[in-house]
Design a protein around this ligand. Sequence first.
Ligand code: NAD
Length: 251
Amino acid sequence: MFLSGKRALVTGSTSGIGLAIARALRAEGAELVLSGFGEAGAIAALCEELSARHVAADLGNRAGVEALMAGAGEVDVLVNNAGMQHVAPVEDFPVDKWDTIIALNLTAAFDASRLAIPHMKRRGWGRIINTASAHSLTASPFKSAYVSAKHGLAGLTKTLALELATFGVTANCISPGYVWTPLVENQIPDTMKARGLSREQVIEDVLLAGQPTKRFVQPEDIGELAVFLCRDAAANITGANISMDGGWTAA
Ligand code: NAD
């Protein structure tokens, strides 16, 4: 329980990867603050399961991130994980979706980090973990906003690492390949439309085509990696972009 006495805020922790990271951090004793959308009863059940608090905020705008950080209080482990996707050719890409994806997947991580850092510096210990993506390292067609935001997040992470290097605070990206979560399931209809494929073809020929293991990454494995990045043994891992993508970006 090496995270006892430390507070962890995981954005987008009502679902998918964020929830798995939250569960893993809680298992090591962290006091959890959850964030993300969902049905009130389901969120209350998660809070009970994880002895956690939930702070409701829309992180697609700056005021929402500021409200989240004020509600969370001082944070020792910040996991910037909330994200969304939209699949469309650039010339048809809805401009409001572009703005929201950049705001949620990139700008929210900047704002949450700038507000969390003063406490981490005072304490001489902190961990910033950003859920990036294989799309922080490589592109796919029809995902212009997401690929741009995730490349930006990787750059932000490196900058944070350099600025915080002497303060006991590390900043790293975890970059998953395809993980079976609602975010992936929800993009199947638009990908079917954009590419003229069936559901099965999208799963086999698009999602898993570039993932050499031909298997989805498991959210729980990402949780374990996040826990490792919090350990003292990981104190010299900073500014890294750690892939967990079944070999996708090795190709
Ligand atoms: P998910 O849809 O299961 O979870 C997304 C979470 O973000 C939810 O808790 C949701 O409520 C929250 N969220 C969405 N919009 C929000 C907003 N405006 N304000 C506050 N919270 C909001 O998705 P996931 O697959 O678990 O994705 C989590 C992260 O992992 C994202 O950053 C995503 O880009 C990244 N990622 C996912 C995959 C994958 O294959 N699933 C691969 C690489 C990276």
